[in-house]
Design a protein around this ligand. Structure first.
Ligand code: T46
Length: 143
């Protein structure tokens, strides 16, 4: 399992070196799912751990738009860690993957684009149930 970061189209103006950058996520070009929900997590101190769950059907794109966040993705056999410290890249995280996020800097902000509306039934929040679920179900299983 490899976490493939998506490099987002990013514009800067060389004539305005202090004017920042503008990054774009465009459907189809950058994402293979339609965005049905956007949320963001902010105000967390360094060392905060979040996640600790998998999704049955949900596809997401995670972008750390401020600070540094480590994302561990576990497919039940391997864990791949990715440091998100650049707002011009996104990490796609699909269903059937156990994810854990660790805030490595105070006030880092995680922006998430998601393929479906919120549905608690799509979550698996118990690791042993996750291991069981991926053995016996796929993304098309009813939830
Ligand atoms: C994920 C990672 C990256 C809602 O009511 N609506 C929503 O759209 C979301 C995302 C959450 N909630 C509720 C569910 C919980 O009662 O907000 C509470 C906090 O959510 P949770 O503990 O799941 O937050 P994280 O940071 O552990 O996980 C979140 C997403 O829930 C999850 O889908 O993949 O970010």
């Amino acid at each position: 399992m490899v976490n493939q970061l998506i490099k987002l189209q990013t514009m800067t103006d060389p004539t305005l070196p202090n004017a920042g950058a503008l990054s774009v996520v465009e459907m189809t070009r950058d994402l293979d799912f339609k965005v049905r929900r956007i949320y963001y997590i902010y105000g967390a101190n360094a060392s905060t751990m979040r996640g600790h769950h998998a999704h049955k059907k949900l596809h997401q794109l995670l972008i750390c738009i401020k600070g540094v966040i480590k994302v561990d993705v576990d497919d039940g056999e391997n864990v791949v860690s990715t440091i998100l410290d650049n707002p011009s890249v996104g990490l796609p995280v699909g269903p059937r993957l156990w994810r854990t996020m660790e805030w490595l800097e105070d006030d880092s902000i995680l922006l998430v684009m998601a393929s479906l509306p919120y549905d608690e039934n799509d979550y698996i929040r118990d690791y042993s149930k996750f291991l069981e679920w991926i053995k016996t179900n796929d993304e098309n299983s009813s939830i």
